[in-house]
Design a protein around this ligand. Structure first.
Ligand code: ZN
Length: 264
């Protein structure tokens, strides 16, 4: 059923934690289920790697892909059963050092999230993989890649791909930039490092749909934070497309207005 008033926009959604209690959750399990049940009606929900081929014009209504960043245990406990029940594909970007229980990386994720964190186990990830979920890399230690020297940025990217491929036994072609804002958290040099490390698709964060002009290494995603169904519909309709404004903000002002986007 085509969605009345909705366009052929192609939108990628970004969740982090799906959790009834965590201070950093993107959605409670109930909200997450409501999102998916609503999206299923007007939208075609596709795996992320199909997105570049589905830019506006391909499908009669809106097209959506679902993604998760970081690799929190609650993705397995709360989000995965709902995705499996509703037969919806999703891609999970895993911070490799967090998944490997590196104490420094886990402390960093706890600092960034403002509360205790726990990663999924590799066995759980493989169970999700068998059920049709996809996995991409999200660096080893979740740094701001734009602030690292080129060699160090490349190593973060390459190492995460290697760890995921060893654990999952498949080629890993998708990557997500930590924090994800163009210019603030990744640069042209970062994009080159990601391509050089062998990835063929990378996702960012930006309040805009995927357009013809987007390069496959800068696929924008809307960050979901406890949106109700109306908020989700606003994203699909483009009521909240602020990415162009944000990208033009000088870095000095961005640091002042959005201090949370520039962690140590
Ligand atoms: Zn992240």
């Amino acid at each position: 059923m085509p969605c009345r008033g909705l366009t052929q926009r192609v939108v990628v959604l970004l969740y982090h934690s799906v959790n009834p209690t965590s201070v950093y959750s993107s959605a409670s399990p109930e909200e997450f289920r409501q999102h998916l049940e609503w999206l299923q009606r007007p939208c075609r929900i596709v795996p992320l790697d199909e997105i570049p081929a589905r830019v506006p014009g391909h499908d009669p209504g809106p097209t959506v892909a679902i993604t998760f960043d970081d690799g929190h245990l609650d993705n397995y406990i709360y989000a995965f059963p709902i995705l499996r029940e509703l037969k919806i594909p999703a891609t999970f970007f895993l911070t490799a050092g967090y998944m490997n229980q590196d104490p420094d990386v886990r402390s960093r994720l706890a600092m960034l999230n403002g509360g205790p964190v726990r990663p999924m186990e590799w066995g759980q990830v493989r169970e999700m993989q068998t059920a049709g979920m996809s996995f991409g890399a999200h660096t080893y230690s979740h740094p701001n890649l734009a602030t690292l020297p080129r060699g160090a940025a490349y190593e973060e990217v390459r190492r995460s791909r290697e760890i995921l491929e060893d654990e999952l036994g498949v080629s890993v072609g998708t990557f997500a930039y930590p924090f994800g804002r163009a210019g603030w958290h990744y640069t042209q040099e970062t994009v080159e490092a990601v391509a050089e490390a062998g990835f063929d698709l990378a996702t960012s964060v930006g309040w805009q749909p995927v357009r013809w002009s987007d390069c496959p290494y800068t696929i924008p995603r809307y960050w979901v934070i406890h949106d109700d169904v109306q908020g989700l519909e606003d994203r699909l309709r483009g009521v909240l497309d602020f990415a162009a404004l944000q990208e033009r903000l000088p870095l000095s002002l961005a640091r002042r207005f959005y201090p949370g986007e520039f962690p140590p």
